[in-house]
Design a binder for this molecule. Sequence first.
Ligand code: CU
Length: 176
Amino acid sequence: MRKGTIGVALVTVAAVAAAPAVAAVTTTTKPRIEALGGASFVKNRYIQDKQRFNKDVYQLKSGTKIQLASKTEEEPHTVSVVNKSDLPKSIRDFGKCFGGGVCADLEKAHGAPKDGQGPPKKPLVNKGATGLDTRGDSIALAPGGKGSVILSAKKGSTLYLLCIIHPWMQAKITVK
Ligand SMILES: [Cu+2]
């Protein structure tokens, strides 16, 4: 984890040093949405869960192929498109999401096992056009899993992302 972070920092420094002073910042790195982090607890005190998406905001061009990767080892994740109003704002909202809200709906759409153990029957749920463009599009990522998806949403739109398993994992894509 720490090693990886340092690696990224070094790459960033190298890219800045190599770039001409007035050029727009460009990158050849493939667009990636990653699930990062892990969880720990202190007995009878608290649980701390640092699982998250690697960015809060992804600015990506319509038509881009997005690489998806889970860098966590313990639990699966989803990259799910929801409405802004679906995004939980409190712990109480998590309960609503799991109990009949968008988390429960998408869990069903994925064909997740009832006991929560094992992979879903449908790792990919697609609504609307092929790719990420509308509420209900959802990709399940196994621990350490990878995938890719085309950003099919139109330029100017915003997609709100949620992991339906860890509903504090929230991000958005602004489509250029
Ligand atoms: Cu997650």
